[in-house]
Design a protein around this ligand. Structure first.
Ligand code: PMP
Length: 406
């Protein structure tokens, strides 16, 4: 419907035309990583084939070109997130590194005994472990925010847990386990009333709906390029300028200094102060191409299409005998996590793989969230804009055959 056709978008993805185990690939592991359009693959080939150079130093033509490409990528990320400008964007390896940067730079300076960091039980390990580490280092307390049965963050409990002790709240903009989309703007406003900062993990959100960090009033916002049709190894952290300006570097090295003597180093202004060493220049080139590709689509029509596909998949899966979908909150995107009676999730994934269908089985880097449902492992089918109703039919047919063969 609308101005979007999954069938025509599929033509941009060479990998979707391969076979796996003799069957056409059905890629339903998009929450782990998305595939790359040829626009990204071609941008990488062009960069490495004709434009490769380090940046910011050598005073030669190609160094200047690479610097321009790198900084154009930063400006594109700022636009994509609704940030005021490129100076608010730090390049990182991905969401995990962004959270660790905030924990080690902002957290170490601002947390101490008597302080709380609130993290919903639903969160990815990358929103739990870095805060657990910095809590141990600083004496702060890591406080889990419970979930409702439906898999939503318990908003009453959240309100009760917020206090003058709260220094930071870390929330995913969309859950990688359930696809739930919490009311981030409201939760942020509540946290701000207690003078707490909010870090939003956008890893699962950015590929599915437009984000505006200033509308959310997020203090920090992180995402990974590879879940957004871009290469692995590149991602971005947005930080409010007044926060970033006060943050000390978390890694030292080249590119992040103003002057160095053995006695003392003075640092470059942000964001460069946060980017020690040679960055992933090719990754930024690929990310820029991915953002240009994605934003050239009618994103409202994409969201309508994905919503329709999700509803279709939800209903079709619910009809498979013995299949139980985990979490039933209505506001969710792209992720269907399930168990199949009498089947180990790993065996389910293995069976589907023989039909060329890629899903993930395991704890999805969210052991506390699965434990909430009394599970250690589950199967997860996660959708992207290039998936089709026909692919959902193949998933359902394969699961039905598995149940019949059991
Ligand atoms: N947060 C969420 C919600 C995720 O889904 C993921 C990836 N599964 C991450 C963080 C970590 O992303 P990365 O491994 O790219 O750093």
């Amino acid at each position: 419907p609308g101005g979007f056709s999954a069938e025509s978008v599929r033509q941009d993805f060479p990998i979707l035309h391969r076979t796996v185990n003799g069957r056409p690939l059905v890629w339903l592991d998009n929450a782990a990583t998305t595939q790359k359009p040829r626009q990204v693959i071609e941008a990488l080939a062009a960069y490495y084939g004709a434009a490769n150079s380090n940046i910011h130093r050598g005073a030669h033509t190609m160094a200047r070109e690479a610097t321009e490409a790198y900084e154009a990528g930063r400006a594109a990320v700022a636009d994509f997130l609704g940030a005021a400008g490129p100076q608010d964007i730090v390049f990182v390896r991905g969401t995990t590194e962004a959270v660790n940067l905030v924990a080690q730079s902002w957290g170490r300076a601002n947390l101490g005994p008597g302080d709380d960091v609130l993290v919903p039980v639903l969160e990815h390990h990358s929103d739990i472990v870095p805060w657990q580490m910095v809590a141990k280092q600083t004496g702060a307390r890591l406080v889990p925010v419970p979930l409702t049965k439906d898999g939503e963050i318990d908003q009453d409990a959240y309100r009760d847990l917020l206090s003058s002790r709260t220094q930071l709240v870390a929330i995913s903009h969309a859950s990688n386990v359930l696809g739930t989309v919490p009311p981030v703007a409201e939760m942020t406003a509540l946290a701000h009333r207690h003078n707490a900062k909010v870090l939003v993990d956008g890893a699962q959100a950015v590929a599915h709906f437009p984000v505006d960090v200033r509308e959310l009033d997020a203090d920090f916002y992180a995402f990974s390029g590879h879940k957004l049709f871009a290469p692995t190894g590149i991602g971005a952290l947005y930080a409010k300028p007044e926060l970033l300006a006060g943050m000390a570097p978390w890694q030292g090295g080249g590119n992040m200094i103003e002057s160095v003597t053995f006695g003392e180093t003075t640092f470059a202004p942000v964001p460069h102060r946060m980017e020690a060493g040679t960055g992933h220049i090719g990754g930024v080139v690929g990310l820029l191409a991915a953002l240009n590709w994605l934003t050239s689509l009618d994103r409202e029509a994409v969201a309508v299409y994905e919503g329709d596909l999700m509803a279709y998949a939800h209903e079709a899966l619910a009809g498979v005998p013995g299949l139980e979908l985990i979490g039933s909150a209505p506001d969710r995107i792209a992720v269907l996590t399930f168990t199949l009676a009498g089947q180990d999730p790993a065996a389910v994934a293995d069976w589907l793989d023989r039909d060329g269908i890629a899903v993930r089985a395991g704890h999805h880097c969210a052991q506390p969230a699965l434990a909430h449902y009394g599970l250690e492992s589950a199967a997860r089918a996660s959708l992207a804009l290039y998936n089709t109703h026909g692919e959902v039919d193949q998933l359902v047919a394969s699961l039905r055959r598995l149940q019949e063969s059991a």
